[in-house]
Design a protein around this ligand. Structure first.
Ligand code: ATP
Ligand code: MG
Length: 396
């Protein structure tokens, strides 16, 4: 039986390397996901060719991580990462090897990888190379370190968090010795940069079972070495699974009783992420004291409402939560969705009043926006003109 694995471009990269006399195989998460019957994500290729040799074989390449042996090959416009077989030298800082060493054997390359399920390779002919029992562990749904877990976590503390991330993504158990080693070395997580933790946390949050991961973080003690962690994970457990990474962070914030600023700072969130947390926080707090009003439907996007409703359902056991359809109906029923939809501009106000332009036009446009939103006049040029003339005179 032949297995067709990989995209046409990635297969061509392998074939080209083989024709030039080198070994090349698929490695990493894509092979794991293929064995699991899941659609493949990014295709990583490992090769016996050294970076200079890879660059000599292809016409278009980019040095994306040459120090780690990675060259990006552009094949029919598709970017394909090709990494030279390597081991990692000594780790003196719990996170990055002091040097990487290129090696000639695939086995040595697979041996430096974190978990047995991630230490699989596949040839272009569909032959699975599995020196550490990865296929068996996948069948048993077990996350097991390659080699001695204590040593592997001492080398690179991020692996502990990756193990836990995979419990959420795959809904697998961590093998007992690997789990015990995480308990023993949890404190080493402090050597890991926030950026790397955030990247793993993002993947964890959209996994099928984030609750398992948060429970494991608590049981291993890893949680207390994270920049911020909701120690009472019961509430968080009730909000899973998450619709999106953003929703995951918002539930993390509310269930941990953290401020948006605290979460954003601790995990170096982007401005977009921070804004979402601030909006969810504001609307959630407001909804505790009053029903939603027209201004809320106008101001907040539907995904903010959806997250707030989910939190009310899970944390406050509210019985009057709205479905996403109900929220969208409320929003679509508004006379306008944004100020851009107003049919008049400041220029119209100048023409109607005969006055020179100035800051007053902006102020009045805001008044008009409110009037249209609240149904005091229609979003129609004549109606707005009448309303404006009346109100404007009254204020004079
Ligand atoms: P995903 O499907 O989420 O991308 P992945 O396993 O492919 O998961 P990557 O971060 O893309 O994760 O890493 C690709 C491969 O590199 C892994 O499958 C593993 O073999 C190896 N790897 C990644 N990080 C480490 C690490 N910290 N220590 C050892 N090997 C690692
Ligand atoms: Mg990957």
């Amino acid at each position: 039986m032949t297995t067709i694995f990989g995209t046409a471009s990635s297969r061509e990269v392998i074939r080209t390397l083989e024709q030039a006399g080198y070994e090349a195989v698929f490695v990493g998460g894509a092979v794991r996901d293929y064995v699991l019957g899941k659609p493949a994500t990014d295709m990583d290729i490992a090769t016996s060719a050294e970076p200079d040799e890879v660059k000599a074989v292809f016409s278009t390449t980019f040095d994306v991580g040459i120090a780690h042996g990675t060259v990006l090959v552009l094949m029919h416009r598709e970017p394909i990462e090709v990494t030279t077989y390597r081991t990692e030298g000594t780790y003196s800082d719990n996170r990055r090897p002091d040097e990487v060493q290129f090696v000639k054997s695939l086995r040595e390359d697979l041996q430096r990888r974190d978990f047995t399920m991630n230490a699989l390779a596949m040839t272009i002919d569909g032959e699975l190379i599995d020196p550490f029992g990865g296929r068996n562990d996948l069948a048993q749904r077990v996350i097991r370190a390659v080699g001695n877990p204590e040593d592997r976590f001492k080398e690179d503390a991020l692996r502990m968090f990756r193990a836990i991330r995979f419990t959420a993504v795959l809904d697998f158990m961590i093998e007992p010795q690997t789990f015990e080693a995480i308990r023993n070395h949890a404190g080493r997580l402090r050597h890991i940069s926030v950026e790397r933790l955030k990247a793993e946390m993002d993947k964890l949050l959209i996994g099928v079972n984030p609750k398992a991961a948060f429970t494991a973080m608590q049981q291993t003690g890893l949680g207390s070495h994270l920049p911020l962690f909701p120690h009472d994970i019961d509430g968080l457990g009730r909000t899973v699974p998450f619709e999106s990474i953003l929703e995951g962070w918002a539930c993390f914030m509310i269930s941990g009783d953290f401020s948006p600023a605290a979460v954003a700072k601790a995990y170096k969130l982007s401005n977009v992420e921070k804004k979402f947390l601030m909006e969810v926080h504001a609307l959630y707090v407001k909804r505790k004291v009053q029903d939603y009003i027209v201004d809320d439907y106008y101001h907040y996007a539907s995904d903010v409402f959806q997250t707030v409703e989910k939190l009310r359902d899970a944390l406050d056991e509210a019985s009057d939560t709205l479905t996403s359809t109900e929220i969208e109906q409320q929003q679509q029923a508004l006379p306008i969705q944004s100020k851009e939809e107003l049919v008049v501009t400041g220029k119209d106000l100048i023409a109607w009043s005969g006055l020179a332009g100035g800051r007053w036009t902006g102020t009045w446009m805001k008044e008009i926006e409110q009037a249209v939103l609240h149904g005091l006049c229609n979003n129609d040029p004549n109606d707005i003109k009448d309303w404006f003339s009346r109100e404007y005179k009254r204020e004079k």
